[in-house]
Design a protein around this ligand. Structure first.
Ligand code: UD1
Length: 333
């Protein structure tokens, strides 16, 4: 069976994908610098799958150590999740983001090319679409303009870099997976989203409120042109997202492939908050505050290409994601 290298494999989406890969029979090595995750995730992965992936604690900026790993292993495919993703931090410290996201990807691809590893699946984001005329995103839309922060621009730039590598190396295969808004966790409750420090994304903020670590949620604006005035997003269960990667591995071919991984169904921030209150039995206290700069009113995927070409479809709902999150938090009724 193919051996796969997963960068960022102890993080939120990475760890769920590692579980999926191990269950599908792949041999998995992980590289992670553990800047926003814990080595103990490996033990949780082992509890779920009865298999223990090898973890190399390494920053992808450490070129020599990275090359050594490629010298000592024969990888078939690289899944590249590693990167920084806090939007506000990227505005304050753009060079950190360009180093961490672009520098690491360039090192990684150079090492791959030097060792004849020619398949990469990259964790891109719906952020590359920027502001469009329509909230529904299609892969063939123009990307790159109207991105509101350096984090988002790193995702766009990496996509462009990988496209150029494909032109220069016709045997190289790149799959860009554009994630929408991942939530939820493995149904065992053994792994989940556990960011260090103050979270930025909506679900970890809700869970901090549910566990009493934050007194209330601030909803950033209820005067958007949406059905209830709060923003609409395409919240996708991380289990569906993880499965998207195993489907994508089966459809790798030379050149560039791009897929949206989303449900195609928008839900509002208020709908998510109310559903959490209903399912958990604990209302989430919130106040409505000003809009957050850079937020778009509504963004969702058109997932038809992934549905048709990869045979992949998101199956789970926000209610499933909330139930699994409660299990991770040990708050299940
Ligand atoms: C953001 C990034 C996206 C990135 C994703 C994952 C932008 C504009 N967005 O998506 O690129 O891929 O995170 O890291 O670059 N909200 C609140 N209160 C909170 C937190 C969030 O009301 O405390 C609202 C936001 O205003 C937004 C929605 O919840 O409407 C979702 O926010 P968030 O989870 O941060 O995701 P995005 O901004 O969609």
């Amino acid at each position: 069976m193919h051996k796969i290298l997963v960068t960022g494999g102890t993080g939120f989406i990475g760890s769920h994908t590692v579980v999926e890969l191990l269950n599908a029979g792949y041999d998995v090595d992980i590289i992670d610098n553990l800047c926003n995750s814990k080595a103990a995730v490996i033990d949780q992965i082992e509890k779920i799958t009865s298999k223990k992936p090898t973890l190399y604690k390494l920053d992808l900026l450490e070129r020599e150590k990275l090359n050594e790993i490629f010298e000592n292993n024969q990888y078939d495919t690289v899944l590249h999740f590693a990167g920084l993703k806090a939007v506000a931090e990227s505005v304050e410290n753009p060079l950190l983001y360009y180093h961490a996201n672009l520098g690491t990807t360039i090192n990684l691809v150079e090492s791959m090319l030097a060792h004849n590893v020619n398949k990469i699946i990259f964790s891109s984001s719906a952020t590359v679409y920027g502001e469009q005329d329509s909230p529904e995103c299609f892969e063939n839309m123009q990307t790159g303009s109207g991105i509101t922060n350096p984090y988002g621009r790193t995702k766009y730039m990496i996509e462009e870099i990988l496209k150029d590598v494909c032109i220069a190396h016709p045997d190289f295969s790149v799959t860009l997976l554009r994630y929408f808004n991942p939530i939820g966790n493995h149904p065992s409750g053994l792994i989940g989203e556990d960011p260090n420090g103050i979270p930025n994304n909506i679900m970890p903020v809700i869970t901090r409120v549910a566990t009493g670590k934050l007194s209330e949620l601030q909803i950033f604006g209820n005067d958007y042109d949406t059905p209830d005035g709060t923003c609409q997003r395409d919240f996708i269960h991380v289990e569906d997202l993880a499965r998207g990667h195993t489907c994508a591995i089966n459809h790798i071919h030379p050149g560039i492939q791009i897929y949206n991984l989303g449900t195609g169904r928008p839900n509002s921030v208020l709908e998510l908050v109310n559903a959490f209150g209903k399912i958990s039995g604990h209302e989430i206290p919130y106040t409505i505050t000003n809009r957050r700069p850079g937020d778009l009113a509504a963004v969702w995927a058109n997932p038809s290409r992934a549905n048709t070409e990869l045979g992949w479809k998101a199956k789970l709902t926000i209610e499933d994601a909330i139930r699994d999150t409660l299990k991770f938090l040990n708050l299940r009724k």
